[in-house]
Design a protein around this ligand. Structure first.
Ligand code: UT7
Length: 325
């Protein structure tokens, strides 16, 4: 007898713009060095969206990739949740542009804003829609043209970010036994008292401009390690799971040192951690699906594996999800 719905992952896709900006190329623009960037962040390069290439274009490319992987047509979707901090316009939601381009005319498409934690938030919203029976086929997207928020004269932030997109197809699947699969849980947190640690100094209601990223890096670093460790333990505990049960950790890709420090604090084997930050820097909401896509494509993440996602960003906002792949 059917007792409810699982939200299972049936497809994953990614897109990175063609243009690559290496650390060496940044050395020419600002006072920095490849050695500093690699030692402090693990980043080797980042991708930049071309002039006229918008967040919706990146999102659409990743979405087509994910839909092909799932064998699902855009017309079959009844939900798109797109996580972004860099929408094409203040309104309407960038998700509705993707919706139109995919030929989807039913259901709903909207954006969520939780900066670097955005993919976890979007995944949570889509999972809840599926497990409550509201939605059958959802597309969850993380897409950013984050470099458009950068102050290229601020070396403490401009070397850290890149553009990109990733997407995941989630489908409902009847739960016929006690064994659950797909997205098992998402835990979300935010604490607005930490606004000043990481924010953009503009917006439609304040300055009328888009603004630039401002960050107190070392403070964010400390919060990241502590809050991400707590979120992972909370997520595992909620599922009666332990660190040793996890096959793959897929952290937000902001800084290799944050990833290493968090894994170390939790006693996670570094061989179980998927790291892609070297290739695309911090792509905010896109980073988790980009890393997931890499792990699936190179054969590390396989059906049945237990995968834990975690992310933190401006807000501060953070969270973790557990997926039986
Ligand atoms: O998605 C969540 C968003 N953000 C994050 O997760 C970022 C969290 N924070 C970080 O990743 C790190 O704090 C940074 C990578 C931003 C900075 O690394 P750090 O080890 O915390 O360095 P710092 O800010 O303490 O700076 C150390 C030195 C400073 O020089 P002095 O004062 O020691 O002489 C900086 O001026 O490094 C200098 N510096 C640079 N040098 C060369 C800062 N940026 C650069 C740079 N190139 N790009």
């Amino acid at each position: 007898m059917k007792v409810g719905w699982n939200a299972i992952v049936t497809g994953i896709g990614a897109y990175l713009p063609d243009k690559v900006l290496s650390n060496a190329a940044l050395e020419i623009k600002i006072e920095t060095s490849d050695a500093w960037i690699q030692a402090r962040t693990g980043i080797k390069q980042r991708h930049l969206a071309a002039d006229g290439e918008l967040t919706s274009d990146l999102a659409l490319a990743a979405s087509r990739n994910a839909l092909a992987d799932a064998g699902v047509s855009g017309k079959d979707l009844d939900l798109i949740v797109l996580a972004t901090t860099t929408p094409d316009s203040t309104f309407p939601a960038t998700a509705t542009k993707v919706q139109a381009a995919l030929g989807m005319t039913q259901g709903a498409a909207f954006d969520v804003q939780a900066v670097c934690a955005g993919f976890i938030y979007a995944l949570s919203v889509a999972t809840n829609a599926i497990t409550t029976g509201q939605t059958q086929k959802a597309l969850v997207i993380g897409a950013e043209t984050f470099t458009r928020l950068l102050d290229w004269s601020d070396r403490s932030t401009c070397v850290l970010f890149g553009d990109g997109a990733g997407a995941m197809v989630l489908e409902n699947n009847a739960i016929n036994s006690a064994e659950r699969s797909g997205v098992l849980s998402s835990h979300l947190h935010s604490d607005g008292r930490f606004h000043d640690l990481l924010y953009v100094d503009g917006g439609p209601s304040s300055t009328g401009t888009t603004g630039h990223v401002r960050m107190q890096g070392p403070e964010v670093f400390k919060h990241a390690v502590n809050k991400l460790s707590e979120a992972v333990l909370e997520a595992l505990d909620a599922n009666d799971l332990d660190i040793k049960d996890v096959d793959w950790f897929v952290p937000h890709q902001a800084n290799k040192r944050i990833i290493d420090r968090t894994a170390d604090k939790l006693g996670i084997d570094p061989a179980k951690v998927i790291v892609t930050v070297d290739q695309h820097a911090n792509t905010s909401a896109a980073s988790i699906p980009l890393a997931l896509h890499q792990g699936v494509e190179d054969g590390r993440i396989k059906k049945g594996d237990l995968v834990v996602l975690e992310a933190i960003g401006g807000g501060l906002s953070w969270g973790a999800s557990v997926i039986r792949w």
